[in-house]
Design a protein around this ligand. Sequence first.
Ligand SMILES: [Zn+2]
Length: 300
Amino acid sequence: MKNQLLVGGHVSIAGGYKEAPGRAAVIGGNALQMFSGSPRGWNFAKTTPEDAKAFREEAKKLGIEACYFHASYLVNLADDGPNGKHSVDALIAELEVAEQLGVRGSIIHLGSFKEEKKDAKDLMPTLFGKEDAPAYTKHERYPLLISNIKAILKKSPKDTLFIIEDMGMRKIGRSLNEIAQIVRDVDDPRVKVCLDTCHLHVAGYDLSTKKKLDDFLAMFDKNIGLDKLECFHFNDSRDEFGSLRDRHDNIGEGKVGKDVFKLILNHPKLKALPFLLEVPGFDDNGPDKKNINIVRSLAA
Ligand SMILES: [Zn+2]
């Protein structure tokens, strides 16, 4: 089983968590991502022992081996107002549900300091260069971001993961240098990283050749640690390299291109990770069998 490709998509929880594994299996996935509630509202995640058991049984029966939550889009852990407090409480509730469901953890957009107005070209990261992180890590609300993450870890189940997603836009986590600093400052084994191929592309990380991917991974290992890399979001991009926009495309249909996915899927250090799709779908219904089959064919 260890050599099996782990691939899946973001699926709906309409009808309850227990409905999600079936939706993941129908599109040919053996991994899944889901929200714990509405991603655009503050309704805290909750479950019952029966509901949690039903989810676990469905996932097991259908061979869904890796499950994740994607945290609400409202989360901003660098906000010093009520939104920041709601973010902390919502993530604690979500991780409690994760433990009951056997979900590994939450993939989280950390938020933003909401004041960047620079041009995209001024924000282009050098590969773990020293220039771009300080703008974030010296911000007056950076200590709040770190203390909020620590508070969530302290008050949530110890076997759940806090997974930081790299961002493609003017958000915290656009630069991997900055994620490296956050990981160091929080200093907790439960903090992991999810890399989104669309976000890396629009943030200006070039993975288009084996050499470039190897260099990227060597620097990731040195600055963050490859053991921290939990999973990939596998999305193509409608936008150009370095554009700092974030519009996902179907695998192989966008500006990232099949070659990059193929390199990642077949890289010895990456191929055992879960690959989670958040693509529009060929029928605009979200991740579908066709996209997953493309991923499988590129991994073969
Ligand atoms: Zn995300």
